[in-house]
Design a binder for this molecule. Structure first.
Ligand code: ADP
Length: 431
C-alpha cells in the first residue's frame, strides 16, 4: 500500500495519462479508420488498374510488371490461389479482401493467376496507429512524471508544513505561525490552523494567568492566617489582642472561602451553554429582596437608597439573577463613600426588562471600564482586600447566558451606573 502522497500523485497522473492515451487511440481509430481504409482502397485500386493497363497494352511479362515501383507503402505479389483470403467482395475487375481492424488487400485476376496488392506490414493501419499512440503515451508519461516530481514538491509543501506544525502544537508549542500558500483551499486551511493555534495560545496564556492570579489571591490570606496563628501561640497575649487576631483569621478565612466559591461558580458557568432551572418570577420583588439582604451594609455607610421599580415578571434562573443584583448593589455600596446615594430602577419595555443601578461613588476612568469584566481585575486597589475581582466577571457571564446585555457609564470621582437589559421570556430550546 502506497502511503506517500507524492508517489500517489505521480501514479495517479500516470494512470490518467495511460487511460486517456488508450481512450484517444480508440476514438481516433474509430473516427478516422474508415477514411484511411477508403484511401487505401482507392490507392490499391489505382495500382490494380495500372497493372491491368500495362498487361493489356504492353508485352511485359507479369513478373516484370509487378516488380515495378508502386510506392513504398504497398507490396505487390502474384499468387495462384486466393482460397486463403476471407471476406471477398468483387467490384468491377478487382476483388477486395477486408479483415477486421481496417486491413485491406486488393486482388486482381490476371491470366490464370492473381495479383495481390496489400499494405506493407509496417504500413498497416493498426500497426501504424498503435505504434504512434504508444510512442505518444510514452512521451507523455515521461513528461508528466518529470513535471509531477518537480512541482508536487512545491504543491505539497503547505501540507508538509501543516504536518510539522500540528506535531509542534501536539507537543504544546503554540508559538507557531504558518505562511499562507496561494492555493485557495490550502490558504483557507492554513489560515484556520493559524487562528486555532492563536486561540489555543491565548487560552494557554489565560490559564497561566488564572493559575498565577488564584495562587496570588490565596497566598496573601494564607500568609496572614499563618502569621496571626503564630502570634496566638504567645500565652502572654491580652484578651483584646487575641480577639483581634482571631477576627483577622476569621475574615481572611472567609476571603479564601469567597474566592474559591466564586472560582467554582465561574468555572461552572463558563462550561455551561444555556440557562437551566428557569422559572417565572417577579423581578421587582427580587430586586427589593436583594436590597434587604444588603440593608446592614447600606445603613453602616448611611447611604440614601432610591428605588423605582416597574412590576415585571421574568422567566429565567432566579438564583443566578439574584447573584447579579447582589454583586452590582454590593459594589455600588463598596465604592461609594458614606452619605452617598444609590438608585435602583427597573423599567418594563415590551420584550425586555432594564435594570439600572447608579451610585455616587468613586467612579472609574476609561481604562478601568475596559477591564472591569476581566477576571481578577481590580481598578481600585484600596478596596482590594474587600473583594477578589471575580464579581463582575460572574455578572457578565450570567447576563451573557441569559442573552442579555450589560453597559457601564462612569466618571472618576462622580459615580457609576450599570445597566442590565434582559429578555423577559428568554425561553431557550434545551437539549
Ligand atoms: P471586586 O471583588 O474587586 O469588587 P468586581 O469584579 O466586582 O471585583 O469589580 C471589579 C472592579 O471594578 C472593582 O475592583 C472596582 O475597581 C471596579 N468597580 C466595580 N463596580 C464599581 C462601582 N460601582 N464603582 C466604582 N468601581 C467599580
Amino acid at each position: 500500500m502506497i502511503r506517500n502522497l507524492q508517489t500517489k500523485l505521480i501514479l495517479f497522473m500516470v494512470l490518467i495519462s495511460i487511460f486517456s492515451g488508450c481512450f484517444s487511440f480508440v476514438i481516433s481509430y474509430c473516427f478516422y479508420g474508415n477514411t484511411i481504409e477508403h484511401t487505401m482502397k482507392q490507392n490499391q485500386t489505382k495500382i490494380a488498374e495500372n497493372i491491368l493497363l500495362l498487361h493489356d497494352e504492353t508485352d511485359f511479362p507479369l513478373e516484370k510488371i509487378i516488380s515495378m515501383d508502386f510506392g513504398s507503402e504497398y507490396e505487390v505479389n502474384v499468387v495462384n490461389d486466393i482460397s486463403s483470403y476471407d471476406d471477398l467482395t468483387e467490384s468491377g475487375e478487382v476483388i477486395y479482401s477486408e479483415k477486421p481492424l481496417h486491413s485491406i488487400t486488393t486482388l486482381v485476376p490476371v491470366e490464370d493467376k492473381y495479383v495481390v496488392i496489400s499494405n506493407k506490414p509496417k504500413k498497416n493501419l493498426f500497426f501504424y496507429t498503435t505504434i504512434n499512440s504508444l510512442l505518444a503515451i510514452s512521451y507523455t508519461l515521461i513528461f508528466i512524471s518529470i513535471m509531477v516530481t518537480m512541482f508536487s514538491k512545491k504543491f505539497l509543501m503547505p501540507i508538509r508544513n501543516l504536518n510539522y506544525a500540528t506535531g509542534e502544537v501536539a507537543k504544546g508549542n503554540f508559538n507557531i505561525k504558518l505562511p499562507i500558500p496561494n492555493e485557495f483551499e490550502l490558504a483557507s486551511l492554513t489560515a484556520k490552523f493559524n487562528t486555532m493555534v492563536k486561540e489555543l495560545n491565548s487560552i494557554e496564556t489565560l490559564r497561566n494567568d488564572f493559575i498565577s492570579n488564584v495562587s496570588h489571591e490565596i497566598k496573601t490570606p494564607i500568609a496572614t492566617i499563618q502569621g496571626f496563628s503564630n502570634l496566638l501561640k504567645d500565652d502572654t497575649l491580652s484578651k483584646e489582642d487575641r480577639d483581634e487576631y482571631l477576627d483577622i483569621i476569621i475574615s481572611e478565612t472567609s476571603r479564601i472561602s469567597n474566592l474559591t466559591s466564586n472560582i467554582l461558580k465561574l468555572t461552572k458557568l463558563e462550561t455551561q451553554e444555556i440557562i437551566t432551572d428557569k422559572v417565572a418570577f417577579s423581578l421587582d420583588e427580587q430586586l427589593r429582596h436583594s436590597v434587604l439582604l444588603l440593608q446592614r451594609d447600606l445603613s453602616e455607610k448611611n447611604l440614601d437608597i432610591d428605588i423605582d421599580l416597574d412590576e415585571v415578571e421574568i422567566y429565567s434562573n432566579e438564583d443566578l439573577l439574584q447573584q447579579v443584583w447582589i454583586n452590582l448593589i454590593s459594589n455600588a455600596i463598596k465604592f461609594t463613600d458614606e452619605n452617598g446615594k444609590i438608585s435602583i430602577q427597573l423599567m418594563d419595555t415590551e420584550d425586555t426588562a432594564t435594570v439600572k443601578i447608579t451610585d455616587t461613588g468613586i467612579g472609574m476612568n476609561a481604562e478601568s471600564i475596559n477591564h472591569i469584566f476581566d477576571k481578577f481585575y481590580q481598578a481600585d486597589k484600596s478596596h482590594s482586600s474587600n473583594g477578589n475581582g471575580l464579581g463582575l466577571a460572574l455578572v457578565k457571564r450570567i447576563v451573557d447566558l441569559c442573552d442579555g446585555t450589560i453597559r457601564v457609564k462612569s466618571m472618576l470621582g462622580e459615580g457609576s451606573s450599570f445597566t442590565v437589559e434582559l429578555p423577559k421570556n428568554n425561553i431557550k430550546i434545551e437539549g
